[in-house]
Design a protein around this ligand. Structure first.
Ligand code: GRF
Length: 203
């Protein structure tokens, strides 16, 4: 299966996915990496892996619709089976989501439905949560609202900083995101009736 990964930043999840794919653990291959930020370190990771690394600058487009149209054209040029959002920090237009519905995944750093949106680690700490985590989900029009596939939990200890919690969460992301991708590539994972299904069982 062919995978296009969208990023905006460091790309540590991209790296975990690339490594898992190279090791034959996902049944898929990353065929391109696209970023809305030219400075994203993840683009360098893509180049180092010998992959097309595409930067698309939102400022060059009239509006979100125009940017997303070009993004869709770039993605479709690689004919992926799966689109993976890995730290892609840009709101998606409905037309974009609809085009890839059922074959687009995201990882969000909270135990959804808790804390959609930004700043999840700080919120979890400030609310005194003892437990936090991360979720892999199908992407729907609702921001961070699509059906959850897989979650990993981490503890929050007294005096943890945002950075410590984030590192703990990302360590888990690097394990669960390749696993969800492997399920998808094996044909075991679907989105149907607004829910995620694994081996015919609703998650
Ligand atoms: C991840 O923690 C992800 O949950 C969030 O943004 C972060 C991206 O990190 N959406 P990286 O670019 O994969 O290192």
């Amino acid at each position: 299966k062919k995978i296009v990964v969208l990023i905006s930043g460091d790309g540590s999840n991209l790296q975990a996915i690339l490594t898992a794919c190279q090791q034959g653990k996902t049944g898929g291959q990353v065929v391109a990496v696209i970023s809305n930020k030219a400075s994203a370190y993840g683009l360098q990771r893509a180049r180092d892996a010998g992959l097309p690394a595409v930067a698309l600058a939102p400022a060059a487009f009239a509006d979100r619709q125009a940017f997303d149209r070009q993004l869709m054209a770039e993605i479709d040029g690689f004919q992926p089976d799966l689109v993976v959002l890995a730290g892609y920090m840009r709101i998606l237009s409905d037309a974009f989501v609809q085009r890839y519905t059922g074959r687009m995944l995201n990882v969000h750093p909270s135990l959804l439905p808790k804390y959609p949106g930004l700043d999840t680690h700080r919120q979890a700490i400030e609310n005194g949560d003892a437990e936090h985590g991360t979720s892999v989900h199908f992407v729907t029009e609702e921001l961070d609202g699509g059906p959850v596939i897989l979650q990993a939990r981490v503890p929050i200890f007294a005096d943890d900083s945002v950075e410590e919690v984030q590192a703990r969460v990302q360590h888990q992301e690097h394990a669960i995101y390749p696993l969800a991708i492997a399920w998808f590539c094996a044909g075991r994972l679907q989105m149907r009736d607004g829910a995620a299904w694994l081996d015919g069982q609703q998650l």
